[in-house]
Ligand binder design. Structure first.
Ligand code: GTP
Length: 438
């Protein structure tokens, strides 16, 4: 089905109001047409009844020519308020008596009538005529039954009556106005009820649709008021609110787990899982920053390479787990002895690097020697045995003399190598001369 562009509220209004409006229009039209017909028929029946009553009543007066009788007959019409005019003719069409002023009288037409008939209509009136016959002649000569027109017997006169149809028309118009008024009242009440229905259903549904759109756009804490009149819609609103709360909570939990996992990953990416110290990647970044700072602002610092001595022996004789524990113990020594601004990391195997920031050559040597002694003094116990190791430390000053990270690394490595070569367990600074001689 094609989706409608109209809102649910407007569709509900249309569904209720359109059929009602069409039905009322049809009812009003039918009622008006029927009212007109009934009025016409009522006027015709009344006019014909009056002339049918008048003709036999006037028979004797017409035949006798008695003006008293004729006046009496016409006088009987006084009580008929809608009879505007009445005229009595003799057999030759001569005027016998008249009451009121006829407006649409056509005498020739009246004289042609052989039975009670309705004639022309106009100027707010309708004319009726009936022949006056001698009942004695009719019964004797034609033997007609009552009510049957004795066509072969010549009338002895005619009666003509004009009915004022204004009153009947006014009544009809009044009835029409009433019908139209009732129709409008019905439409008005239906519109109010339809509006209430459309609002009570359409507005909550529109609010729900809007809330769903906001949720789809990422606004998860959206809620709708659950105070709608209808029980079913209220259940729907409560269901939506509880579903939205569940989704928001699930999203919050998921987000905090993602944040936790991201933090862990970020930590793992820059830390050594065994000792918890920063790893080689973190070291490279830190060294780049230190070298750049010395280049830029002349900051002084030192890089120390530490390679443990005879570590392999511990591994080989007490096992890898012992080696791991020893590496952790060495890491603790570094942590305890270094200042907050310094940096220590495990760059791999039994090798560590220290970046000492803002320190002079003598300070660097002192710190390195202190580390060397602390590691040499370490009594590592494992499996009831005690192990002693040492550390060979080579250092290089970062003081603007060397300008690249690669150069600093190479020189520190060279210094450490020279210590290993010269018997281990000592501290040596990189020397250009010694390196040249190596
Ligand atoms: N337990 C343990 N051993 C490691 C780890 N990484 C490297 N190793 C071992 O550390 C040792 C390092 O080798 P070397 O530096 O030659 O050993 P060393 O006995 O210290 O030798 P020197 O430096 O010449 O004194 C090797 O046996 C590696 O297998 C680790 O994460 N855990």
């Amino acid at each position: 089905m094609k989706p409608s562009r109209l809102s649910l509220r407007n569709r509900l209004l249309l569904t209720v109001l359109l059929p009602v409006a069409l039905l009322l229009a049809a009812l009003v039209s039918a009622s008006i047409v029927r009212g007109e017909r009934m009025t016409e028929r009522a006027i015709a029946e009344r006019g014909l009844a009056i002339v049918s009553f008048l003709a036999p009543a006037a028979e004797y007066g017409v035949i006798s020519g008695s003006s008293d009788i004729i006046d009496n007959v016409l006088g009987a019409l006084r009580s008929q308020g809608d009879v505007a005019a009445a005229v009595l003719y003799d057999r030759d069409g001569g005027l016998l008596a008249q009451r009121g002023e006829p407006r649409i009288l056509d005498v020739a037409q009246v004289r042609r009538t052989g039975a009670a008939v309705s004639l022309s209509e106009g100027l707010g009136r309708k004319g009726f005529a009936a022949p006056v016959r001698s009942m004695a002649l009719v019964v004797d000569e034609l033997n007609t039954s009552p009510g049957q027109e004795p066509e072969g017997v010549a009338p002895v006169g005619w009666v003509y009556v004009e009915i004022d149809i204004g009153g009947h028309e006014a009544e009809r118009r009044m009835a029409q106005s009433l019908t139209i008024g009732m129709a409008f009242l019905t439409l008005f009440i239906t519109t109010i009820l339809a509006l209430r229905l459309a609002n009570s259903v359409g507005e909550p549904v529109a609010r729900l649709a809007q809330a769903v759109r906001r949720m789809a756009a990422g606004e998860l804490d959206v809620q709708v008021p659950d105070t709608t009149g209808g029980e079913e819609l209220r259940a729907l609103e409560r269901g939506f609110n509880s579903m939205a709360r569940s989704i928001a909570n699930a999203h919050k939990n998921l987000q905090s787990r993602i944040d936790e996992a991201t933090e862990q990953l970020a930590h793992q990416a820059l830390h050594d899982p065994l000792t918890g110290l920063p790893n080689r990647r973190a070291f490279e970044r830190a060294l780049e920053e230190t070298v750049a700072a010395s280049r830029r602002a002349g900051d002084r610092g030192a890089l120390c390479f530490v390679d443990l001595d005879h570590f392999k022996y511990v591994n080989d004789s007490a096992g890898h787990a012992a080696g791991d524990a020893l590496l952790r113990a060495v890491a603790d020594i570094f942590r305890q002895r270094l200042r907050g601004e310094d940096f220590v990391c495990r760059i791999g195997g039994d090798e560590f690097a220290l970046i000492l920031r803002g320190c002079a050559r003598e300070d660097a040597r002192r710190v390195a020697e202190g580390m060397c002694k602390a590691i040499a003094d370490l009594r590592f116990e494992w499996g009831g045995r005690e192990f002693r190791i040492g550390a060979s430390i080579g250092f290089v000053m970062i003081d603007g003399r060397v300008t690249t990270v690669a150069e600093v690394l190479r020189e520190a490595d060279h210094a450490c190598y020279s210590v290993k070569r010269d018997g281990r367990g000592q501290v040596a600074e990189y020397s250009v001369l010694a390196a040249g001689g190596a």
